[in-house]
Ligand binder design. Sequence first.
Ligand code: ZN
Ligand code: ZN
Length: 290
Amino acid sequence: MRLILLGTKGGPRVSPTHCGPGQLIVAGDGVILVDCGHGIPQQLLRAGIAPSALTDIVITHHHSDHNVALGTVLMAAWAHGLERPLTVHGPAPLGRIVAAHLEANAYDIGIRVLDEGRPDLRDLIRVAEIDGGDERMLGDVVMRAVRVRHAPVEPALGYRFDAPSGSVVISGDTGPSPELIDLARGADTLVHEVINPELVRPYGEDESNARWEDLHRHLVESHTAVSDVGAVAQAAGVRRLVLSHLVPGNTFDSVDWRTVVERDFDGEVVRGEDLMELSIRQNAPKEMQS
Ligand SMILES: [Zn+2]
Ligand SMILES: [Zn+2]
């Protein structure tokens, strides 16, 4: 099993240097994309993955930093030769969102079907809404979803992917979540969102349309601080913790974040970077998965 971090920047603003959330899991015949943030279609190509090779797309929740490029990924998969069904999994209202993306591109799809002889993209896209507590097979990968704590977004989901070659958990956006700890128990690698409250500052007045007190409250209450994420990974007993969805976007180098994470977690800690590839080991033996 391979894990590629396509984008590691959290939040809806775009960055000149980093892409929005997106993780690619390659296991057996499965090529699974988790979340579609800004820049993900191009990141697939930079990672050496043809968009048409995707077998499944999985969305954690419907904040735009996680789904804004979904329509573009679908169009890219089609433009690059998609011929077989591609399933999009995620919480409601996923069906409405996918339909809206396809409708927005209906003129292009229709004209290329006639003019270029392509199959109709609308016949190739399947939608599977997930409520949390679900388990399903994506090829030979077992995917499990739980509801995590990302108020006021309901549901927001975290996912675990188990293949014979290893296990990965993607937290999605969440505060410290017992449900996620249970889901991640004994997994090889936990990709967890993280915020560094020390570094979060109000934007300049001329570039913000949010009320700072409200935005700050959301960031602190519905995300996981660097000072808390190590304890989450330790409780789950994972071998490796990968920090991603960095807020504020990939600016952690100016402070010492590592000491507080490693204070609570005695496994490997990796700070995610766009296009970082990680190989995933086989699951720990059952007796270690208490
Ligand atoms: Zn987010
Ligand atoms: Zn979110």
